[in-house]
Design a protein around this ligand. Structure first.
Ligand code: ZN
Length: 427
């Protein structure tokens, strides 16, 4: 395809900026970054909020921010021009649900052996972070992983010591295991929830993740009051709460408890849809994940037959379920639930959202503007506008017409630095 031409063009125009090694060096030199002025031109630029492409627009980047955007923006004096040609330039994509620390082990499988310690875990996480970034994901919310490893990864990325998306991380999730021995003692259960949230805040996490579910009687594992205790405790530190919930009863307890997003929400009933819509709780339906597991069955050796039949049930049901939520007015945000083997393929979720009935423009919004709002990063990422971080990706064609383009990212810029400027990802 046009990869060769594209690469040569960039090389001739931005020799140093297009080389990742140089970009890494510049990372450690704020002065060099601050003096960089770039004008990026493309045949089409996506206005993600309006859901339309603008022909022949330019983006002006100064340092790590966008300073101007539009069809008739003059180039500031001394600016370098990067003409990307016949591509669509978009805001950097956001994945609202990843597990960036999850990986196949040295045998290439999941569940056979464990990392020797945090250093090995961090090494794998760095590889995943780089693959995620190069696929066009410039921001991700990581919902469940070792707190120590994932906060170190986040901080190393922030300091420019390693390449990866901007990360909003939950660290360790709250599960029913934290309630063991508490029985039906309501006071004790709420106390444990609060204590758990405070412990995560002390570890420096950015968001709280709860694994909600139902017991054998169909009752939620955490009731509305317990979810609300977590929400209250998190809010004191300015944090939000994301709740994993598949069953309608679990979703309703989470939503009524005040969570910000429901993850999966795979078996919604009409009441759950109404509650999500009424309380403006985002649904992150993670539609592609069961297919990923089922297509790589031989590598996930730890899963039992019950788990496999659950994935089959999810796969058979989740598109129609998400379509019902969409029709009911629920805000849908894109999250891939990236686990081992999925890092670097995160944008595939955006294609699955279209399979569930979102228009391509709506699906792109779910992975940009709306995801940014969910993460509390509105105006900073997810949109090309003055003051936002210069996080930009380009794809061939027009993704508002053919959403499959999102899997063929040819250009990635994060914070004004070019990380990728070659051909499409090779599968
Ligand atoms: Zn997950």
């Amino acid at each position: 395809m046009r990869a060769g031409r594209f690469f040569n063009l960039l090389l001739s125009l931005v020799v140093t900026l297009s080389l990742p090694n140089c970009a890494r060096t510049q990372n450690n030199s704020p002065a060099a970054t601050a003096n960089t002025r770039l004008v990026i031109r493309a045949a089409r630029v996506l206005d993600a909020r309006a859901g339309r492409v603008i022909e022949g627009a330019s983006v002006v980047v100064e340092g790590d921010r966008v300073t101007a955007f539009g069809p008739n923006v003059p180039a500031p004096p001394g600016a370098k021009v990067i003409d990307l040609g016949d591509v669509t330039l978009m805001p950097g994509l956001i994945d609202a649900h990843t597990h960036i620390t999850y990986h196949f082990d040295r045998t290439g499988r999941f569940g056979i052996s464990w990392d020797s310690g945090p250093e090995e875990a961090l090494g794998f996480a760095k590889e995943n972070a780089r693959a995620t970034l190069l696929a066009g994901i410039t921001t991700a919310r990581d919902l469940g992983g070792d707190s120590g490893v994932v906060t170190r990864l986040r901080d190393q990325i922030t300091r420019g010591e390693t390449e990866g998306p901007r990360l909003v991380v939950s660290g360790e999730p709250l599960t029913a295991a934290a309630m063991r021995g508490a029985g039906e003692d309501r006071g004790e259960r709420v106390r444990r929830v609060r204590e758990f949230v405070r412990a995560r805040i002390a570890e420096g996490v950015d968001v709280i993740k709860i694994f909600e579910g139902v017991d054998e009687t169909g009752a939620p594992l955490f009731n509305t009051q317990e979810i609300n205790a977590a929400v209250e405790e998190a809010a004191r530190a300015g944090l939000r709460v994301a709740v994993h919930a598949h069953e309608a009863a679990a979703v309703k307890a989470a939503v009524r408890g005040g969570c910000t997003s429901v993850e999966h929400g795979s078996f919604l009933d009409d009441e759950a849809v109404r509650e999500l819509a009424k309380r403006h709780v985002a649904l992150v339906p993670t539609l592609y994940l069961p297919t990923h597991y089922l297509e790589h069955r031989e590598r996930f050796v730890a899963f039992d037959p019950f788990t496999w039949s659950f994935f089959e049930k999810l796969q058979a049901n989740n598109l129609a379920n998400a379509a019902r939520a969409k029709k009911g007015g629920v805000l849908i945000v894109s999250g891939s639930d990236a686990v081992a083997g999925l890092h670097g393929h995160n944008p595939r979720e955006i294609i699955w959202l279209v399979k569930a009935g979102l228009t391509p423009a709506e699906a792109l919004r779910a992975a940009t503007v709306d995801a940014a709002a969910l993460l509390g990063l509105e105006g900073k990422v997810g949109e090309i506008k003055p003051g936002a971080f210069a996080d930009l990706v380009a794809v061939p064609g027009d993704p508002t017409k053919d959403i499959n383009a999102v899997e063929h990212v040819v250009f990635v810029m994060k914070g004004g630095k070019v990380l990728r400027s070659d051909g499409p990802l090779k599968d």
